[in-house]
Design a protein around this ligand. Structure first.
Ligand code: C2E
Ligand code: CA
Ligand code: CA
Length: 533
């Protein structure tokens, strides 16, 4: 008792073991962690050898595959599952969909799909109670066979699960190409704790699959912590020792009677602005556009104040002036570069975007801390729009522009203005601009305040004679002065007694010419003539 079968024993014994029921199915429930209800189960192969005892698939499946025996074993498993479902139906027992594992050799070398369909019909099982699990490794050596099989499975109405997602070969474009209905994430493929890097990978996979509208089952969940974590990132379906070991047929039937069940919820309803599947496919047009044509862009996830970067393109990183690859940027917390005030500004823009469904814009100051260069400050303008939603999780698309130099210029101008104004105040300077072409005068703030002028005066200087700022007896002289400037004189000055008080002001004009050398406008200033006694 208790030793493993040798390769020879496996090869020689398989058919008999199938015939005598030594190869049989056990069932592991799949549970919705947030409701405790069963949503399905997976059938797992066991071989109980009369002399050598229980054999586990890890030890014999590879041999079955190598000797082209897996096909018969898998069909046998499928039939066992149909028998169980039939039993439940005939005895009015509750039942849930059951997943069967398909080896990659089943479709490479055999007509697996047609054969299981025959079996299903023989037992008259509604197809909604049967799911097929495929693995990423089935895609090794070409997708065509797998694609065809998948289309066939779908055409008969089977739901297809991608088993062991993330275990190696699979990638986003496999997912996209394969159009599977459910994804299984195996917790055992993660090294380290779920809060760390593994957790980030899981949560981005879950987010990504939500984006693809695909439910996720977390497999190999052994602790409540793991299950709670998965739930917190929106993955409710759990298969693992936490809820149940694989159960014998009788134990499983008991479980069906005692545990409530519910259908698996498929549709997390995302508003689709772009074809979601296409978007994640590295070779798709959308990706091409995302990376090359849209400028600096990112896809973010926002949920109850939590912001996460899901995807950025190269231009985005360049715009931030960062020396980072896309992957490490995705793993940083986007809030860290924002102080409280700027975070509020940014988050408000997100909230506006959620409310309006339109593009919203904000400008925020960011600080990048770097060990080598010290802190760098920069300004980012972000246009944000909601492109998807599942519950209270929002997917945001943002385009950014680094506006640091613009902003600095603006701040400098404001600063200059302030200085000028202060200087003007002290020196009692009044300033304005006069446009030759349309006889418009634009006074400075002080002119407006002290002389009660509007921001734009038309038909200058007529109104200032009418309101008495300019004395009538200077009318001719002043008109001449402006005419000479208009005719090309570079500057001009005169003392003019202004306002009803006839206070002497030193008025100066300087002409600005356009590129063709034509006079464009004149800058005027007036300073009170100080009596130098
Ligand atoms: P799998 O499809 O990924 O199956 C899940 C495996 O994880 C099962 O191992 C299950 O017993 C185990 N498991 C479930 N919950 C936990 C947990 O909380 N912690 C741990 N550590 N393990 C857990 P099993 O039954 O030994 O099957 C191993 C593999 O053999 C399967 O991996 C599958 O790839 C293959 N296999 C099993 N049955 C079949 C079958 O009928 N046909 C084919 N082609 N392959 C099968
Ligand atoms: Ca499986
Ligand atoms: Ca698995």
């Amino acid at each position: 008792m208790g030793r493993q079968l040798t390769e020879e024993e496996i090869v020689n014994g398989t058919y008999d073991a199938i015939k005598h029921g030594e190869i049989y199915a056990v069932f592991q429930p799949q549970i919705n962690h947030s409701t405790g209800r069963m949503v399905g189960a997976e059938a797992l192969m066991r071989w109980r050898h009369p002399q050598l005892g229980m054999q586990f698939p890890a030890e014999f499946i590879a041999v079955l595959e190598a000797y082209d025996l897996i096909f018969e074993a898998d069909l046998h498993m499928f039939e066992e599952v149909c028998k169980l479902l039939k039993h439940c139906m005939e005895n009015n027992l509750p039942l849930v969909p059951i997943s069967c594992n398909m080896s990659r050799y089943d479709i490479f070398q055999h007509d697996y799909v047609d054969r299981i369909e025959e079996i299903r019909k023989k037992y008259d099982i509604p197809v909604k109670y049967l799911r097929i699990e495929i693995t990423e490794s089935s895609a090794i050596g070409g997708m065509e066979g797998l694609k065809t099989a998948l289309q066939k499975l779908h055409s008969y109405g089977y739901l297809v699960e991608m088993d062991d997602f993330g275990s190696g070969y699979s990638s986003l474009n496999i997912l996209k190409d394969l159009d599977v209905d459910i994804i299984k994430l195996d917790m055992r493929f993660l090294d380290g704790n779920i809060g760390g890097r593994g957790g980030t990978i899981i949560s981005s996979v879950v987010q990504m699959t939500k984006w693809l509208n695909t439910p996720v089952i977390a497999e190999g969940v052994e602790t409540a912590d793991q299950a709670d974590y998965m739930e917190s990132i929106g993955c409710y379906y759990i298969q693992g020792y936490l809820y149940s070991q694989p159960l014998s047929k009788d134990e499983f039937i008991e479980k069906l009677k005692t545990v409530d069940h519910e259908p698996m919820n498929e549709a997390l309803n995302f508003v689709r602005a772009v074809d979601a599947g296409e978007f994640w496919d590295p070779n798709s047009m959308e990706t091409l556009i995302f990376s090359n044509f849209v400028g600096a862009a990112a896809v973010l996830s926002y949920q109850n104040g939590e912001l996460e970067i899901l995807r950025v393109n190269k231009k985005y990183i360049r715009e931030l002036g960062m020396n980072m690859d896309e992957r490490s940027l995705i793993n940083t917390n986007p809030w860290t570069s924002l102080d409280e005030d700027n975070k509020r500004i940014y988050e408000n823009a997100i909230k506006r975007a959620i409310e309006s469904g339109e593009e919203e814009t904000c400008e925020t100051k960011r600080v990048l801390c770097s060990k080598s260069c010290g802190d760098t400050e920069f300004w980012i303008r972000a246009d944000i729009r909601v492109i998807g939603r599942a519950g209270d999780q929002y997917l945001l698309y943002t385009m950014i522009k680094n506006i640091t130099s613009e902003k600095e210029k603006l701040l400098r101008i404001e600063e200059n203005d302030r200085k000028l104004m202060a200087a003007g105040d002290q020196a009692n300077v009044y300033a304005w601009e006069y446009y030759f072409s349309n006889k418009e005068m634009r006074p400075c703030f002080r002119c407006m305040r002290d002389l009660n002028l509007p921001p734009v005066i038309e038909n200058y200087p007529e109104p200032l004679f009418e309101n008495g700022v300019f004395p009538e007896d200077y009318r001719e002289m002043y008109y001449n002065m402006l005419r000479e400037l208009e005719e090309g004189r570079e500057s001009s000055e005169a003392v003019i007694p202004l306002t009803v008080g006839r206070i002497p002001f030193h008025v100066r004009y300087t002409t600005e010419f356009d590129e063709a050398g034509k006079p464009l406008k004149a800058y005027g200033s007036a300073v009170m003539v100080v009596d130098e006694k």
